[in-house]
Structures are given as structure tokens and as C-alpha cells.
Design a protein around this ligand. Structure first.
Ligand SMILES: [Ca+2]
Length: 342
């Protein structure tokens, strides 16, 4: 760009607006009506955003304060729960599975049922002869079963002679072969069934202590009591009279609960910008506009623009983003200073 040729220089005027979305704090809402965890979740999602996500000591304090304000003592549901359907293969390499193969299943009648009279929760999967072939069943991982390993070097299945717990079987397969066998499709289901002689472990399991937030927050913050979590309770309750400690409880219990919502846009700001350009660029091209916006955003981030802020061009009345100005002496200096202010 030749700075000495004012005739070729255009000064473009426009405005950028940005809004900052509130990330925190969540606004908590206490609901005194007692409901099961699932019903509480449904109500929170209908009337607010979701069951409460608690992400810091500060959040624990706010929640206790709220329950206190409502004169409540005892336990309240929050949005933490165990997804009892979160089955995972021990051999956990995405490339090993074709489309849909990671989610293939061949459950037996009414399985998985996480049968509650068992000594332990049912978090590991055996293949069991149900009369019409070997079907999948969840049982406690500590049971001893035959097991079937997969060997990646020979691409073959190896059936054990003896029996082990699921974890010991996994360790054995990983030491001597590749891993416990996955069953990825109908053809492998038949292949495995054909060599089984008794109930046998395959590589499917779930982490019995893995809790997640109802709103899919990845927050790792936990405030468990010393006795929790156990593998038994699949939903988390806060005891507001015992310092806000968390306890894992049966999700069917009826309790008051805390929902949250997030205030929407909290802050919006508009900034006027002046740009110098040669006439080669088509400034009405959305790609050009986006590229310039990206540059402005980068500069603003360096100057402390909050991470949640979203920038966009403000359209003028004629639908255009930019309006043209002719360069005049004296303007040059001013516009330079403005761009430095970015
Ligand atoms: Ca079962």
C-alpha cells in the first residue's frame, strides 16, 4: 500500500459489538417439593436450566445459604449422578472400531439390570448361555468367570482354561495378549459364541464410581463425605446440616432439590473502528470481514477481553458493515491512534 497516494486510500468506518456471557455464578433455585432425582431433573430442565452443578467451595456455600434461607435441614438433590448405561470396552482404541461398532450390544432378556440383591453392583459383562445362545449380562466384577482375550498380533481370540475376576482377567489378557476381547458386530458375536463352553468375561465394563453432571459440565469439583461415593448410590445429595457434604443415594428417594439457571447476556459493548485499506480488497466479502474481526479480537484479547465474549460486526441501516470515508490530512494521525487503542 502506497501511503503517499491518498487518492487510492479508503478509510472505512464500522462498529464492532461484543457481549460477555456470564459463566458464573449460576443462579440457584431451591425447590422444596420432594421428588426422585429423575423427576427433579425433569422439573429443573423444564423451569430452569438443569439440576444444580456445584463447581467450587463458593458454590457449596451459596447452596447452604439458600437451603438455610428456605428453613431446610437434611438432604437435597444436586445434578451429580452415575450413568449406569455408560458401558465401555477395555480395548479402548477408536481405530479398532468401525462405524457404530463401539455401541454394538447383544443383551440378554431384561439386561443390563444392575441386579440390586447382588453383593456388589453389576459393572462387568459376561456372555451367558440363555438357551438360545450366549447373550450379554451385567454381574459383579469380583465373580470368577472364564474369559476371552484378543491377540492383536495374530488377530485371534484366546479362550482361558481357568476362571478369574474381571480385573484379573483384564490384567492377564493385557500381559499375555492385547486385551479382553471386544464384540464389535453380529459376526463377531457368533464367532465368540461358537467357542464358549461356560459363562465368560468379555471386555465390556463401566466405572462403578464414575459420577457426572446432569448438564454435562466437566467440573471435577467434589465434596463427598468420607463414606461416599460408594458404588451403591447412583445420585448425589448434599446434606445441608452436615457442612454441605455429599452422599451417594438411591435415585428413587424423594428429596427437595436445587436447580440452577444462568443469567443471559450481562454486558454488551460497542466500539467504533476505522480501517485503512487499498481498494483491492472486497470489503463486502464475509470472509474478508471475518478475517478483520479475528484480528481485532486478537488485539482485544491481549488487552483483556474476557474469554466468554463474542464479537460481531454491527450492520448499518443499509445492511452494510463498512461505510467509506475519504482520507484527509489530519485524519491519518487520529485513525492511527485509534487503531493503537485496539
Ligand atoms: Ca444382570
Amino acid at each position: 500500500m502506497d501511503m503517499d497516494s491518498p487518492a487510492l486510500l479508503l478509510l472505512l468506518m464500522s462498529a464492532v459489538t461484543w457481549s460477555v456471557m456470564a459463566r458464573s455464578p449460576h443462579q440457584y433455585h431451591f425447590v422444596s417439593e420432594e421428588k426422585s432425582w429423575t423427576d427433579a431433573q425433569a422439573l429443573c430442565r423444564e423451569q430452569f436450566t438443569d439440576l444444580a452443578t456445584v463447581e467450587s467451595e463458593q458454590d457449596v456455600g451459596r447452596l447452604l445459604q439458600l437451603a438455610g434461607d428456605h428453613g431446610h435441614s437434611g438432604e437435597v438433590w444436586i445434578g451429580l449422578y452415575q450413568d449406569v448405561q455408560s458401558w465401555t470396552w477395555s480395548l479402548n482404541q477408536a481405530a479398532f472400531y468401525g462405524e457404530g461398532e463401539m455401541g454394538y450390544s447383544n443383551w440378554g432378556h431384561d439386561q443390563p439390570d444392575n441386579y440390586r440383591d447382588a453383593d456388589d453392583p453389576e459393572c462387568c459383562i459376561e456372555m451367558k448361555d440363555e438357551g438360545k445362545g450366549y447373550m450379554w449380562n451385567d454381574i459383579p466384577c469380583k465373580f470368577n468367570r472364564h474369559f476371552i482375550c484378543y491377540d492383536g498380533n495374530s488377530d485371534s481370540l484366546i479362550l482361558s482354561n481357568g476362571t478369574l475376576s474381571w480385573e484379573d482377567a483384564q490384567r492377564y489378557c493385557r500381559t499375555h495378549h492385547t486385551d479382553l476381547a471386544s464384540v464389535r458386530n453380529e459376526s463377531e458375536q457368533q464367532q465368540v459364541s461358537a467357542i464358549l463352553r461356560a459363562s465368560t468375561w468379555i471386555g465390556l465394563y463401566r466405572d462403578c464410581l464414575l459420577f457426572r453432571w446432569s448438564d454435562q459440565s466437566g467440573s471435577p469439583f467434589r465434596n463427598w463425605s468420607s463414606s461416599s461415593p460408594s458404588p451403591w448410590g447412583n445420585c448425589a445429595a448434599v446434606d445441608v446440616t452436615r457442612g454441605g457434604d455429599w452422599y451417594d443415594r438411591s435415585c428413587d428417594l424423594l428429596k427437595p432439590f436445587v436447580c440452577y439457571d444462568v443469567p443471559k447476556v450481562t454486558h454488551m459493548q460497542t466500539m467504533r473502528v476505522e480501517l485503512k485499506t487499498d481498494s483491492q480488497k472486497d470489503m463486502s466479502d464475509p470472509a474478508v470481514q471475518a478475517a478483520i474481526l479475528q484480528q481485532i479480537e486478537k488485539r482485544l484479547r491481549e488487552k483483556g477481553l474476557p474469554a466468554g465474549a463474542k464479537l460481531k460486526w454491527r450492520e448499518q441501516e443499509d445492511g452494510q458493515i463498512f461505510s467509506k470515508k475519504t482520507e484527509k490530512k489530519g485524519m491519518k494521525k487520529r485513525s492511527k491512534r485509534r487503531s493503537d487503542e485496539l
